[in-house]
Design a protein around this ligand. Sequence first.
Ligand code: SF4
Ligand code: SF4
Length: 133
Amino acid sequence: MAEHSILPEYASGRPDNQDKEVLLSFADDIKNKNSNNEPKFPGNRPYKKLSSMPLIPKPGSNCRKCGYCVTVCPVGAIDPQTFKSDKSKCITCMRCIKVCPANSRKVNKLLTKAAGLALKKSASVRKENELFI
Ligand code: SF4
Ligand code: SF4
């Protein structure tokens, strides 16, 4: 469990000491796993079609053109010349926003606010870590 990448009011300060203890116990559980069974993940199947808000980051005018965002994007969605995100590839993970040294990458403010409101009910209570092995 970690602080939300663009809505830091959710899971603020996490992972905390309590998380670290839980993660250490997970490490023991993983080390001691003695079967090759596939983990069982919760949820309803078939999965419903993803309907997400188009939160696609783009660089601002203070972009230093350092290219760091290009190197950290997990899906190679950022153009190394323009530093714009390809919306057909971007998975809205927000990693590029979090690591940009100029704090330049942004998503649409109104959509971010709407996402915050949509998450408010479910994200305002502490969520515990879960391990599926
Ligand atoms: S990491 Fe930030 S400053 Fe560097 S290229 Fe990307 S958007 Fe520009
Ligand atoms: S939000 Fe994630 S997937 Fe989209 S451009 Fe940034 S790092 Fe890449």
